[in-house]
Design a protein around this ligand. Structure first.
Ligand SMILES: [Zn+2]
Length: 457
């Protein structure tokens, strides 16, 4: 053993590396992942497309809802789906419509409009952990070539009926199980108009001091299949995460610069966590981490949460076809335009749902991350001493210290030191050469997201 941990008994330092065997997997998470159904995902996306045009500006009056046309009908249907899942679990989901008015001169809102998020909450079963919230989100509004157009079709099968279907499918499969922490399933609107729904939700949550510990935003996860295209990678999904936190203060940015922590935001740790859980529960389907907030010229609902200091990432298919997004369906010079059902790969969307469900279940089963993680930097020394406060909520059975070279972007699985149920660990390894982190582990092996320390001087 080249690596010694001074502060803990020698026995626990033997447990190095984490290569989970099938026997170590949580049977509840395995069951939830297995329960995800491509047929259910397909039925959801087909239904959402049937509303013809789900623009945030489209019809929401009673007659249109009765006819199954427009965004009003779409949100009533999403609410009824959540309620249906809830009936099957003795009312375990609290289903709400969070609605709010927006009026001109708001950007891209030419007339007074009611915007509504449909929200279903699976309350955590442990009172000491139920305040911890994990969110999965997709946007149910759609658009065609003209963002104000409410009369031509705007099927939005990929953008973003696919992400909405992921949120709904996660609600369906996870509502059959119980978790210590809370999971919220969400379908938001106003995305195409400028992230209105998610911004309202995140601002309200911040004002209410909700402890949102992670947001999984799914937008364009249809795995576009253009006939003849050989570039799509149906075994990959991109996971975008911010490096410098959008809400960092000037002092925080100064500290990030001084310590070289540009690659270690809470959102980036969440992305790494997703990758690790994927290897355990959805082998063969790989999250490709992208170290930037979003694609060029684009944004998404995760950014609304980042703006309020919450960790949030975006899932998007590997290769997008811009002829099949934000386009009025038509054929021009032999090219078919439109965000149509026939370009969606339902098996792919189901894999994205499996990945989301596994991560939500793992996060909501795991202990809270350790708090107040600090790295001693008072003296010049070659050892590294970390301290932390016990994981809030009492689920932690032990802790692990991770490290990686500063030029690596992932925590290598072999660079893990089990340090026991302690709040201080000293590693014979220089903090100057590596990035260190601590995570909490419960008795069954559920792990929290890793937390990088702040320097303590
Ligand atoms: Zn979108």
């Amino acid at each position: 053993m080249a690596l010694g941990v001074i502060a803990v008994p020698a026995a626990s330092s033997q447990q190095r590396g984490h290569t989970p065997k099938t026997s170590e997997l949580d049977p509840q998470i395995v069951a939830a992942v297995k329960d995800v159904s491509p047929a259910r995902v397909k039925a959801t996306i087909e239904k959402l497309v049937s509303f013809y045009n789900r623009s945030t500006l489209s019809a929401a009056d009673a007659t249109s809802i009765a006819k199954g046309r427009g965004i009003g009908a779409a949100r009533e249907w999403i609410r009824s789906e959540f309620e249906r899942y809830s009936k099957d679990c003795d009312g375990c989901l609290k289903v709400e419509m969070q609605s709010f008015p927006v009026s001109p001169p708001a950007r891209r809102i030419p007339r007074p409009t009611e915007i509504a998020n449909v929200v279903a909450t699976l309350q955590g079963t442990d009172p000491a952990n139920a305040g911890r919230i994990y969110i999965v989100s997709g946007h149910y509004d759609s658009r065609n070539s003209d963002n104000d157009n409410v009369t031509d079709p705007a099927p939005g099968a990929n953008d973003d009926a696919s992400g909405t279907a992921v949120s709904l499918e996660c609600a369906r499969v996870l509502s059959k199980h119980k978790f210590p922490a809370t999971i919220i399933f969400m379908a938001v609107a106003g995305e195409e108009q400028g992230l209105y729904g998610s911004a309202h939700y995140a601002e309200t949550a911040k004002a209410a001091q909700l402890d949102i510990e992670g947001v999984l935003n799914n937008d364009i996860v249809g795995g576009n299949r253009t006939p003849g295209d050989k570039m799509q990678q149906p075994q990959w999904v991109r996971v975008f995460s911010e490096g410098l936190p959008a809400a960092a203060t000037p002092d925080e940015i100064k500290l990030i610069r001084a310590t070289g922590m540009e690659d270690d935001s809470p959102s980036r740790q969440l992305a790494r966590y997703i990758r690790e859980i994927a290897q355990q529960y959805v082998p063969g389907f790989e999250p490709k981490l992208v170290s930037r907030p979003d694609r060029y010229l684009r944004g998404g609902d995760h950014m609304s949460f980042n703006e309020q200091r919450f960790a949030a990432v975006r899932f998007t298919e590997y290769r997008e076809d811009y002829n099949h997004q934000h386009q009025t369906p038509r054929i021009e010079k032999g090219i078919e335009y439109g965000d149509l059902l026939k370009f969606v790969d339902f098996a792919y969307v189901a894999n994205v749902a499996r990945l989301n469900a596994a991560n939500l279940a793992s996060l909501a089963s795991a202990p809270a991350p350790p708090a107040n993680v600090r790295l001693a930097t008072r003296n010049l020394e070659n050892d590294s001493t970390l301290t932390w406060s016990a994981s809030p909520g009492g689920l932690a059975d032990k802790y692990e210290v991770l490290w990686r070279p500063t030029t690596d972007t992932d925590w290598p699985p072999q660079n893990v030191e089990a340090v026991g149920n302690v709040t201080l660990a000293t590693l014979k390894r220089s903090k100057d050469n590596v990035v260190l982190a601590v995570r909490a582990v419960d008795a069954k092996g559920h792990r929290s997201v890793a937390v990088v320390p702040l320097p303590e001087r």
